[in-house]
Design a protein around this ligand. Structure first.
Ligand code: GRF
Length: 216
């Protein structure tokens, strides 16, 4: 019998899928039911196949507009009835067609301490700006790029000898800590959103779900 309290999670990637092992290796309070990509060559798809998880590719190059691609993506994801859609290195700017379809159940990980450094090349930009702390953010996705309610963040120290690559590696280690944590909070219905502010509710004790036998 399926557990109705467990969330169905869809994950989208475009590349290595470096966040997948931490998502697959931690208890999320839900199950990753599909991993999708806009790139057939995304290495992360091998992780999905090895784990026996359903996967699909929809190439953005096959569509005339961002909206048409997003509509196809929404349709493909909806076949898996996701409660939560997780962007884990999904390198596409999405349109409201996508963000509205999964409003309040769409989260992203971004390699900076938002609202600093939205967009690309965050590690190089952090070094250029001379910040002493850098990090990563898990946030709800809204139509505005890299600016949704923040669920979790982790900071790393920027050292004098850091390069964009060393900084990226440090930040990635933190991403692998906070991403499963944030997904789990969502799956446990513990996130309360008020404007841009997310507060974490205490863990509730779920009532015991009646079994089929008890219901007859
Ligand atoms: C991570 O840095 C994440 O913050 C960003 O994409 C990176 C993961 O990409 N959004 P990949 O799957 O390792 O290629």
């Amino acid at each position: 019998m399926s557990d109705v309290t467990r969330k169905r999670i869809a994950v989208l990637i475009s590349g290595r899928g470096s966040n997948l092992p931490s998502l697959l290796g931690n208890e999320l309070g839900g199950d990753i039911v599909v991993i999708g990509s806009n790139k057939a060559e995304a290495k992360g798809l091998d992780i999905a196949r090895d784990a026996g998880i359903a996967n699909f590719v929809i190439s953005h190059k096959d569509f005339a507009s961002r909206e048409a691609f997003d509509a196809a993506l929404v349709a493909a994801l909806n076949e898996y009835r996701p409660d939560l859609v997780v962007l884990a290195g999904f390198m596409r700017i999405t349109t409201p067609v996508f963000t509205q379809a999964f409003a309040s159940r769409l989260i992203n990980i971004h390699p900076s301490l938002l609202p600093s450094f939205p967009g690309l090349h965050t590690h190089a930009r952090a070094l250029e700006e001379g910040v002493k702390l850098h990090g990563c953010t898990v946030h709800f996705v809204t139509p505005e790029l890299d600016r949704g309610p923040i669920i979790a963040q982790a900071a790393v120290q920027v050292d004098d000898d850091d390069t964009p690559d060393t900084l990226a590696a440090k930040v990635l280690r933190q991403e692998h800590q906070i991403f499963p944590y944030a997904v789990r909070l969502f799956c446990e219905d513990r996130l309360h959103v008020d404007g841009l502010r997310v507060t974490t509710l205490p863990k509730s004790i779920h009532p015991v779900i009646a079994t089929g036998a008890a219901r007859v």
